[in-house]
Write a protein that binds this ligand. Structure first.
Ligand code: PRX
Length: 634
């Protein structure tokens, strides 16, 4: 399989971008012609951002798994689709060819059907990073069920919230997951979550860690036993409409509980494939290693759907970069001769801290392209990555995008368009970014910062937030008329290159994980002794941002240190360890305006250590509280 739509020069990029904006229907139909459709489309695109209503490839029918698996069987049956590296380097790795993947997915599609799952049903998947997670996701897509993968680090409460929101009646999980030195008892966590989700009819459990679990009669079944019952190795792929939902993925916003971002079949497929092939300049037979977890959008789009739809070999890693030591990524690259590495700035920074020792005797010569995603990459980390991993010989792609955008939106194309440290640079074909000021006026000049918006729909635009379309509208399409608002700020340089400066809303980016301050506050407030809290981010050397919580605590008894630990434990219980505050300061009051609004700007400055220049505090109800907070800063 070659990629006739792979851009090969800067001029070709400029031409493609212009055509994609001037004549999007022609542009995307040429690309879409390279996919397998059960029925062709009648209308390439039809969209408006007011309500919003976004439709791509209307009238077409397809199944994404035929594009990700079946069509590769002719030429690539014996090529690995997935290489799986286990958590423990001494355990056996697995090579899953396209022929194997076909068989596993088809068998498991039968299992899903036998267990009562049908097209349109929501299936929650809570598993570790093992090949069966990929199989579960693809088998859902094969039968047309809507998968909703939940990251293995979320708590029972977070899972229950998501199950309830999606009204998911089916769960696929494992007994446990290995992560570094830990064995995480996933099935136990699911059992706790299901106490408040009696509507869940079936839990399919894959035995992986051999952790003891209790199986509930009539509800829980073992994956392996169910597969044994299947003789038919083929399952006819469900016929999906272009706009049928493919999956729901929950992500944090600035208010309320996480929302279920919905992506639909056709547009998402075409766009993840197109961006995969172009951003990384993937060449047939190369080994692509994306270190993300499939619980996040990066794993969906660039471990599974993008690479597999392109017939690539995707490396999936169960463990963490520092286990058994900080050389693990480099061992993996050396072992499998990885050609493309795609990771997050937080991983780069944490590995930088170990110095060059872990790189000794590791052959990284196979690397051709290296990429980053998830948060702004600081120049120091960019140069370290360039020098010590890419050996100044691999283009770095800094890819900016979001759960809601489905695929990469702004990035250089490896070796084709110029890179600039800490800049995502130029938009992908099909993407029309712009900067606006607070009032929504477009800022047309260069060398400016503003709020980053997108002017027109791209194929994998968020379609809705599950069960609440109005929430989708107000979150993304109502801030500025007829624009998609990203929630990010950006700087545009004299060449029109974009540099993402970070969120301008109350969303934090902690180690590349998106966390809403409101969510953390709600969790803290569940602690019996807490009266009120306010959470802000502060710069953190490794995590990018750390979580700083100001807490008004009533239960005066007890030592401060214990209280802090207890509050942190509450957050871990309610959301999961990823949301645990790094710093908790107990305070007697919070700076509020006369109308009762917390002045986060002040709290942010204090958390950042900027104690002198707090700006205008004249609207504060009680300015003494600011001095108290400043004096007690940790
Ligand atoms: O703030 C931006 C940041 O991550 C946010 C999206 O988070 P999420 O939906 O979890 O998706 C992460 C993986 C695509 C964005 O709003 N972000 C993502 N990529 C970059 C980035 N910030 C700067 N540079 C990037 N390359």
């Amino acid at each position: 399989m070659s990629y006739p739509y792979q851009i090969k020069s800067l001029e070709a990029y400029q031409e493609a971008w212009k055509k994609s904006i001037d004549a999007p229907a022609d542009f995307w139909s040429e690309i879409a012609n390279h996919f397998v459709w059960k029925k062709p489309w009648q209308n390439i695109l039809d969209w408006e951002f007011k309500t919003p209503a976004i439709k791509w490839f209307e009238g077409a029918q397809l199944n994404i798994t035929e594009n990700c698996i079946d069509r590769h069987l002719k030429d690539k049956a014996n090529q690995p689709a997935i290489i799986w590296e286990p958590n423990n380097p001494n355990d056996a790795h697995r090579l899953i060819t396209y022929a194997d993947l076909y068989e596993l997915v088809n068998q498991f599609a039968h299992v899903l059907q036998n267990n009562g799952i049908k097209k349109g049903d929501r299936v929650c998947i809570y598993m570790g990073m093992i090949p069966e997670l990929a199989v579960a996701v693809l088998a859902c897509a094969r039968i047309g069920a809507i998968h909703s993968v939940i990251f293995g680090g979320f708590s029972a409460q977070s899972i229950a919230d998501r199950l309830q929101d999606a009204q998911a009646e089916f769960v696929i999980t494992c007994d446990g997951a290995f992560r570094g030195p830990k064995d995480i008892p996933l099935k136990n966590v699911i059992d706790d979550a299901l106490v408040t989700c009696p509507f869940v009819k079936r839990v399919i459990v894959y035995m992986h860690t051999k952790t003891p679990v209790s199986m509930l009669k009539g509800r829980d079944v073992w994956w392996q036993e169910e597969v044994e019952k299947i003789e038919d190795k083929h399952f006819p792929a469900a016929c999906m409409e272009a706009e049928d939902p493919l999956f729901i993925l929950y992500t944090s916003g600035s208010t309320g509980k996480p929302k279920g971002v919905v992506h639909s079949c056709a547009g998402y497929m075409v766009y993840t494939n197109y961006t995969f092939v172009n951003v990384f300049q993937y060449q047939p037979e190369e080994i692509f290693f994306c270190t993300a977890d499939i619980g996040w959008i990066t794993g969906h789009s660039y471990i599974l759907y993008g690479p597999l739809s392109a017939g690539a070999t995707s490396l999936m890693f169960e463990g963490i970069p520092t286990f058994p030591d900080a050389g693990r990524f480099w061992d993996i690259i050396d072992k499998y001769k990885v050609n493309i590495l795609y990771t997050a700035p937080t991983a780069i920074r944490s590995l930088m801290a170990f110095g060059l020792g872990p790189l000794q005797n590791k052959d990284l010569g196979s690397l051709r392209v290296i990429g980053t995603v998830g948060e702004p990459i600081n120049e120091e980390a960019w140069h370290w990555y360039d020098e010590h991993i890419g050996k100044k010989n691999c283009p770095i792609v800094d890819t900016w995008w979001q759960t809601e955008t489905g695929g990469v939106m702004i990035s250089n194309l490896a070796g084709i368009t110029p890179a600039k440290p800490s800049f995502a640079t130029l938009p992908m074909p099909g993407v029309e970014p712009l900067l606006v000021d607070e009032k929504g006026n477009e800022i047309k000049e260069n060398n400016v910062t503003g709020n980053l918006c997108i002017r027109s729909a791209w194929p994998s635009t968020i379609r809705t937030t599950y069960g609440d379309h109005e929430r989708c509208r107000t979150n993304y399409f109502a801030t500025y008329d007829n624009l998609y608002f990203t929630g990010d700020g950006a700087y545009r340089d004299e060449n029109g290159f974009y540099r993402i400066t970070g969120r301008v809303d109350d969303v934090l980016n902690v180690s590349g994980h998106r966390i809403g301050t409101a969510e953390v506050e709600n969790a803290i407030n569940m602690h019996a002794g807490v009266i009120e809290s306010a959470v802000v981010g502060y710069p953190h050397d490794v995590k990018g941002q750390g979580i700083y919580a100001y807490v008004i605590y009533n239960g005066l008894h007890g030592e401060e240190e214990l209280i802090r630990k207890d509050i942190a434990a509450t957050v871990t219980r309610v959301i999961g360890p990823i949301a645990k505050p790094d710093k908790i300061q107990l305070v007697s009051g919070l700076p509020k305006t006369r109308s009762g609004k917390i002045m986060r700007r002040i709290l942010r400055k204090i958390a950042e250590g900027e104690l002198e220049n707090l700006g205008d505090t004249s609207t504060l109800l009680d300015s003494a509280v600011v001095d108290e907070i400043k004096n007690g800063k940790i």
